[in-house]
Design a protein. Structure first.
Length: 160
């Protein structure tokens, strides 16, 4: 259900379904990602992991989720690195290009640089839709077709 709150402390229903009188509802901002999207994304990742159909190297659901956010989502939101000349200080930066070139080209760059993935809870509504669409497309392509997967897809279609 989607409602618009108006100036006079009233609301206007802007979707086909309407609220039931006497029932409580939890409200979420329709412009940002929703709890339903959060639950759907994590359920899809869990079912993908159970299927074993993914090509990523992942030994846990959490590892697979991170690989999916990197490949299909928004990727890294920031980077941390250690300068070998000052190994007791961790440096932060927003862009990979902000890391000194000597560290980016170092033979040890894999040990010196780490990306920080954007949290799914920080994704916008559009970003959430995009990653879920890409994930469903990939899961369909590789043949995930369990009963639970179909239930998740059906639930997402019913929420529209």
């Amino acid at each position: 259900m989607k409602v618009l709150i108006t100036d006079d402390d009233r609301f206007q229903v802007v979707s086909a379904d309407t609220p039931v009188i006497g029932r409580y509802y939890m409200m979420e901002d329709a412009e940002t990602g929703t709890g339903a999207q959060n639950r759907a994304f994590h359920a899809l990742v869990g079912e993908y992991f159970k299927s074993g159909c993914y090509s990523d190297t992942a030994h846990t659901v959490g590892e697979l989720k991170d690989k999916i956010k990197l490949r299909l989502g928004e990727g890294f939101e920031a980077f941390v690195y250690i300068d070998p000349d000052d190994p007791y200080h961790i440096n932060d930066c927003k862009k990979y290009e902000d890391i000194p070139e000597s560290i980016r080209k170092s033979d040890y760059r894999r040990e010196l640089i780490r990306g920080r993935l954007k949290s799914f809870s920080d994704y916008t509504l559009k970003q959430r839709k995009n990653i879920i669409d890409r994930l469903v497309s990939e899961m369909e392509t590789v043949g995930v077709n369990s009963k639970k997967y179909r239930e998740i897809i059906e639930g997402m279609q019913n929420d529209k």
